[in-house]
Design a protein around this ligand. Structure first.
Ligand code: DER
Length: 257
C-alpha cells in the first residue's frame, strides 16, 4: 500500500545517500527500518561493502542477524559513523517523537553516539509541529516502581494526560476438529487473552505515554522530564537528527535538513 511504498522510498534513499564502505552503522527499530536493512544487505552483497551494524533493540538485532550483516555493539564501536532510524513524528526543526515501538532508550543512545543521525519516515510523520498527526503522545521510559509518581508529576507540571502503556495480546484462534460425528463443523477454540499487564521494554522498564495538550519548548521539557527521579529516557529527540527522508504519496522523496 501507499504508506509501505513511501517507507521503502525513504529507507532506500537514506541508505543510498548516507552509507559508505568501512562504516559502523546504527540500526533503528520499527517497521520503516526493515526496508533500510533490506537495502543495506543488498548493497553489502552487490558492492562488497565492509560495514558493521549496532542494533537499538532485540528486533534490530534479529534483523541484522537474519540479513547476514555483521553484528557489533557499543563496547567494540562506541562511536558510530551513521545511525538510521524511524520516527513517530518529525517537526519543522527536526525535533522527533520516537518510542511508538517502545525502543526509545537504546535508539537515543545509539543516535547520540553517531556522527550522523538520519531519520526515515513516510509522509504521515511529516509535521510542522509535534502533535499535528501523532496523537499517541510522547513515550517516556520509567523504572517500574516509579511509574505512578512520575505520571502524576508530569501531568501536574506539564498538563495533558499520562497513561501506562498496556500490552494487548492478540486473540489466539486454534481450529480443533471434533472427532465425533455429532459435531461435523470444526469447533473453534478462541482464547482472547485481552490485556496482559504493562508493556515491558528491552531494558525491563515500563513506558508512559504523555498526551500533551499544547506545543511546548521541547528542549526545556525534555530536560525537565529527564530530571524526574525514575525517568530513564524520553521519546523527545531534540537537536539530534541531521536530516529526515520522507517518502511521499506521489512517489518522491522529500529531505528535511
Ligand atoms: O519506536 C520507535 O522509536 C520507532 O523507531 C518508531 O519511532 C518508528 O516506527 P515505524 O517506522 O514503524 O513508524
Amino acid at each position: 500500500n501507499m504508506a509501505e511504498e513511501a517507507k521503502k522510498l525513504a529507507a532506500y534513499s537514506a541508505v543510498d545517500n548516507n552509507v559508505q564502505n568501512n562504516q559502523v552503522v546504527g540500526v533503528g527499530s520499527g517497521s520503516t527500518i526493515v526496508y533500510a536493512v533490506d537495502r543495506l544487505a543488498e548493497r553489502v552483497r552487490q558492492e562488497k561493502l565492509n560495514i558493521v551494524c549496532v542494533p537499538t533493540s532485540f528486533q534490530a538485532r534479529q534483523l541484522i542477524l537474519q540479513h547476514g550483516l555483521v553484528l557489533s555493539d557499543l563496547e567494540r564501536h562506541p562511536e558510530l559513523d551513521v545511525a538510521i532510524d524511524g520516527a513517530d513524528e518529525v517537526d519543522a526543526e527536526l525535533t522527533l517523537i520516537k518510542g511508538g515501538g517502545g525502543c526509545l532508550t537504546q535508539e537515543k543512545i545509539v543516535a547520540g553516539n553517531s556522527k550522523c543521525f538520519v531519520v526515515i519516515a513516510d509522509y504521515r510523520k511529516d509535521s510542522r509541529a509535534l502533535g499535528e498527526q501523532w496523537k499517541k503522545g510522547v513515550p517516556i521510559e520509567v523504572i517500574p516502581m516509579a511509574y505512578v509518581p512520575v505520571s502524576r508529576v508530569i501531568a501536574k507540571r506539564f498538563g495533558g494526560e499520562v497513561n501506562l502503556r498496556m500490552a494487548v495480546s492478540k486473540a489466539v484462534k486454534t481450529r480443533v476438529r471434533r472427532r465425533s460425528r455429532a459435531f461435523a463443523a470444526p469447533f473453534t477454540l478462541s482464547v482472547l487473552s485481552g490485556l496482559q499487564g504493562p508493556v515491558v521494554t528491552d531494558n525491563s522498564n515500563f513506558i508512559l505515554d504523555w498526551k500533551f495538550e499544547h506545543i511546548q519548548n521541547w528542549s526545556e521539557v525534555n530536560t525537565a522530564i529527564k530530571m524526574i527521579p525514575g525517568v530513564v529516557e524520553t521519546g523527545l529527540f531534540v537537536n539530534m537528527a541531521e536530516r529526515a527522508y520522507f517518502g511521499m504519496e506521489d512517489g518522491s522523496v522529500k529531505v528535511r535538513k
